[in-house]
Each structure stands twice: as C-alpha cells, then as structure tokens.
Design a protein around this ligand. Structure first.
Ligand code: UDP
Ligand code: MG
Length: 324
C-alpha cells in the first residue's frame, strides 16, 4: 500500500458549528495541491455533534479521510500525538479545526519543505485573537526564548509542517505532557518559519480557558527546561544572604539601641514577601513532581475508541472526485 505525500492532522473538540465550513474549504484546497493526501481527524472526546459530522464526512470521502475517535478529552497536543501515530504521509501538516489558520496556506508550507527544510513553523500575520491573549503569548514567547534553546517566533500557531522522521520521533516519545511545536523543534535539523494569514474564530469558542492556557504554558516550561528550578536555588541563595545580613543588623542594633517593638509591620511585609516566594517555589516544584508522577505511573497517554478508515487496498487518492 503506497503512502500519501501528505497527511493533514486536525484535532477536533466540540467544533460542530464550524466543521462543515472546514470540510468545504479544506478538501478543495488540498485537491488543488495535486498530490496524494489523507486527512486525519482526531475527535478529542467531543460532546456535541462533531463525531456524527466527522462520520458523515468520512462516508463522503473515504479514500482520503481517516477518523480517530479518542475515548475522552485528552487535550489538543495529545490529540495531535494520536494523529501522528496514525499518519502515513511523508510530510505531516497540523491544522486547527476552527479555520483560524486558513487551509489555503498549506501549499506555502509544502513549498518550504520542497526547498529542503524538515520543519516549517509559522508566524501569524495580524493575529486575530483577544488583546490579552496576544500580550500573554508575547510574554511566554520571550520567557521560552530565555530558558530554552528553542528559537521560534510564534510558538502558538498550530499550522505547521513536519517531515515524517520528526513525527515518528515525537510519536515514540511517550511524554504524557507535551508541547508539540517545541518538541518538533528539538528534533529538527533544518527548521524554518513562514508567515501565514490568521483569521478570527468565525464560530464556536476558544477551547482554552485562562486556566488551561496556564497549564499548557507550564507544560512548555517544565517540558523543555529545568532552569526555573535552578533559578530558584540562586534566588534562595541571594535572599538568605540578604536576610542573614538583616538579622546581623537587627542583633547589633539591639545591643546598641536596645529592644524595639516598632518597625513590626516592615518585618511583616518582609516575612510575607519571603513566604510568597517560598509558596511559589513549592508550587513550581509541584509542577515538575506532578509530571514525574504522571510519567512514572506509565498509564496510556490516551485511549482510542475506534478508527474509521477505508479497508487496505483502497488507497488514498489525490481527490480527483471533489464532492465534499
Ligand atoms: N482542541 C482539542 N482538544 C482540546 C482543546 C482543543 O482537540 O481539549 C482542538 C480544537 O478543536 C481546535 C484546536 O484544538 O481544533 C485549537 O483549539 P482552539 O481554537 O480552541 O484554541 P485557540 O485557537 O483559542 O488557541
Ligand atoms: Mg483557534
């Protein structure tokens, strides 16, 4: 059975409102590339009609559509890993289901791969997201740049292209918590970036709450660097030195001036400050330890309920019969 040139991996979580528009734009855009392709949708435990819509689309285009149904909601990055495990293409492109990244841009990424790059990242032109999200991403991009060696302009955009070797390496990683663009970057020998258009989410809502964004960014930070922990030991050294000096000062002062009850609130302020740093440190440690715990339990990262695909022999074709 011959492999398609291209696998497009799309995680889907409660996207019923937008899926039909996605199909209507995605398949013609891929047909226009004139290469054999497959689209792998991963239903990440949707609770709306997404699963039914995906099934219907499979019936329309069984030759170049495959659907992986996960047993629960494992998150965007795990869903993509599930897709990576199934992908048969020589090149793999990830895309969001919400059309914020136009599928018409895929050709641009493939052109960069034709030029010899094994990983094509993307930079969103005029990113269409809320101001606070743009601001928070910029901050996280900077932080990541400082604490890891990963060079990316825009880590959050999921329209990306990967060589099959990189995808194989990611699929074999067994990481429970991961951040795909960064992981791919560490496996890439010749990465590049291209600019792509970005659109507002037309329908449905972002699946990321503030809380899950914070969690995701901890995955990025803890997954690729231990520098935060190391900074903590440095900070601990500096602070204990300073507070040591302070104790000496207070002691000498007591010998010279005598006992004092004033300045109590200043002492409280200093104590609260130190306690908050301590709490943050324990929390940070917890982020690492929690992940180690999840990892050593060795449970499956996700469970697959079913895979919908054409029986072997029915090769993915280049879509000469555009009906969907
Ligand atoms: N997604 C997923 N599982 C989740 C959350 C999101 O598969 O638990 C999918 C979602 O359906 C979409 C993509 O990941 O295709 C990106 O999600 P979203 O557009 O909500 O993220 P944002 O653009 O706000 O970062
Ligand atoms: Mg989106």
């Amino acid at each position: 059975m011959s492999n398609p040139d291209l696998s497009v991996i799309i995680p889907v979580y409660n996207e019923e409102e937008g899926l039909q528009t996605l199909f209507d734009r995605l398949y013609p855009a891929l047909d226009a590339l004139q290469r054999p392709y497959e689209v792998v949708f991963i239903n990440d435990g949707s609770t709306d009609r997404s699963a039914a819509l995906l099934r219907r689309q499979f019936e329309k285009r069984p030759g170049d559509t495959r659907i992986v149904f996960l047993k629960g909601n494992y998150g965007q990055h795990m869903a993509i890993v599930a897709g990576f495990e199934q992908a048969r293409g020589d090149r793999i492109v990830t895309l969001d289901a919400d059309l914020q990244n136009p599928p018409e841009e895929i050709g641009k990424l493939l052109a960069a791969m034709d030029a010899g790059y094994d990983y094509v990242g993307t930079i969103r032109q005029n990113r269409q997201d809320s101001t606070w999200r743009r601001w928070a991403s910029r901050l996280m991009n900077r932080l990541r740049e400082r604490i890891t060696r990963i060079q990316m302009t825009d880590q959050g955009c999921m329209l990306r292209a990967y060589d099959r070797k990189i995808v194989r390496a990611i699929a074999s990683c067994n990481e429970v918590n991961t951040f795909i663009p960064a992981l791919a970057h560490t496996f890439s020998s010749n990465p590049t970036e291209v600019e792509v258009k970005h659109e507002e989410r037309a329908v449905g809502q972002s699946k990321y709450s503030l809380y899950s964004l914070v969690r995701l960014n901890f995955d990025l930070v803890t997954g690729f660097s231990v520098m935060p922990l190391q900074l903590f030991s440095l900070l601990g050294m500096v602070l204990s030195l300073l507070s040591g000096l302070f104790v000496v000062y207070l002691f000498i002062r007591r010998l010279i001036v005598g006992p004092e009850a004033e300045g109590l609130f200043t002492l409280f302020a200093i104590t609260f400050f130190l306690i908050s740093i301590l709490l943050f440190g324990i929390g940070l440690l917890g982020e690492y330890v929690g992940r180690i715990y999840q990892q050593v339990r060795g449970r499956p990262r996700f469970l697959i309920e079913a895979i919908l695909e054409a029986p072997p022999g029915n090769n993915p074709h280049s879509g000469e019969t555009p009906q969907g």
